[in-house]
Design a protein around this ligand. Sequence first.
Ligand SMILES: C[S@@+](CC[C@H](N)C(=O)[O-])C[C@H]1O[C@@H](n2cnc3c(N)ncnc32)[C@H](O)[C@@H]1O
Length: 525
Amino acid sequence: MTGPSEPRGERFADEGRRGPARSSDGPRDTGRGERSFERGDRFPRGDRPRGGQFGGDRARGGDRRGFDRRPVRPAVDLPRHVAYQAVAAVHRDDAYANLVLPAMLREEGLTGRDAAFATELTYGTLRHTGTLDAIITDAAGRDVQRIDPPVRDALRIGAYQLLHTRVPAHAAVSSTVDLVRSVGPGATGFANAVLREITTLDHDGWVAKLAPDRETDPVGHLALAYSHPQWIVRAFAEALGGDLAETERLLIEDNERPPVHLCARPGLVDPVELADEVGGAPGAFSPYAVYLPGGAPGDLRAVAEGRAHVQDEGSQLVANALAGAPLDGPDGRWLDLCAGPGGKAGLLGALAAQRGARLTAVEVAEHRARLVEQATRGLPVAVLATDGRSVGADPKLPEGHFDRVLVDAPCTGLGSLRRRPESRWRRQPSDLPPLTRLQRELLTAALKAVRPGGLVAYVTCSPHTVETHVTVTEAARRCGLPVDFVDARPLLPAGMPGLGDGPTVQLWPHRHGTDAMFLAVLRRG
Ligand SMILES: C[S@@+](CC[C@H](N)C(=O)[O-])C[C@H]1O[C@@H](n2cnc3c(N)ncnc32)[C@H](O)[C@@H]1O
């Protein structure tokens, strides 16, 4: 199919760009000498974004990879401008959206609804990039990869608004054309035509048109319908025992905005009181979890004071499972072999304080070791910035010394795709071999570090069976030590559904509302 050409023909240019006048067609005077901007507001020319670090300096000038680094000119409303800069930084600079976006929001002074809209556009566009690209390719009549990167990112944001938000089509089209005028002048007609083509179908219509047949190619179908790479859909389906209906529920959940959970540190704050204090609700499973309704958890007094920290409920459950597992003999030496940035060390440290134990927290990356120190201040925790595989070689990590050991191994993170919107497109199957080797080595080190009769919890935030079952069985088989699997299911709250046949446990966003944490508990004989 032939599609609109990019630099030529302003055939559709600016046609009907402006919808009917709306109250939000410009900044509103608040009566306090300031103006507010809302969804769809247009930024007046010459009054735009204070081209700071993101809109200006960093974007200026050409780039040897061919990206347009000219500053975005005025005429684009601020939330969309910020979303564009964030999406472009992710694609151009390999930035992480969850790091760059908050900085950009701060720099541009975006709060409230505007910040929420910029966040929705950024995260939504990044999550749905696979499907949006297929749709843009079809609508443009050319491979999306052949479209100039700045124009491509603007089109993705425009297509996301058209297919996944309630922004009126005319506003989505006109604001995107404005954006393209700023970042890829000469391509406005092309962008207008592509977006208008996209408006001819809704999301389901595009899936029906472009997705492979559900019967003959179910993985291909789900990948396109729910915007995940096929290899990840395959890995999820395998971990779910081949149940494609359940895989579909997981993919749907992966595209939702993730909840924010707090961990009420045991001994420091009661979760019910914390829930009242922050306007949240006690968690369904973890005895320490509080569900936050929204807002910035970093601003909470309880977090600033170290009574609570932000932590997915699944992470709380696996750390608590290790701490609560029955153990004969001494129980005062605990070890966290992969501790950075310190979420589980924070919970284990608080539990250790209650039980007269001490936690050694190991982290190989210096800066992450500092984060562990911050996260465990005031708790009986010693932080070691060293390689967890140095058990036996490092005098502070003697063999057969510890009673409980956690290996929260570095992994692909496929279990927390909700939180890192771009990561599904960055991760590759080729990441697996080096990671699984490291996971095996760290688990082997943990099995050496634990005393006979002691417990090791192996945890990943990935359900990929190569990182979970294969790693655990291989390490247990090859470590040269007697090792038994402990049934992890009774170590989770009574009555928790969907824990499978044991002895390991896999948590799931669509079953438990948590990240997809895997837990295996091993006892050294
Ligand atoms: C999944 S994260 C741990 C998350 C942490 N337990 C928490 O709850 O906040 C894995 C960590 O292991 C660290 N790591 C990677 N290789 C390591 C090694 N050889 N020894 C110790 N830590 C390592 C990574 O830097 C990363 O901080």
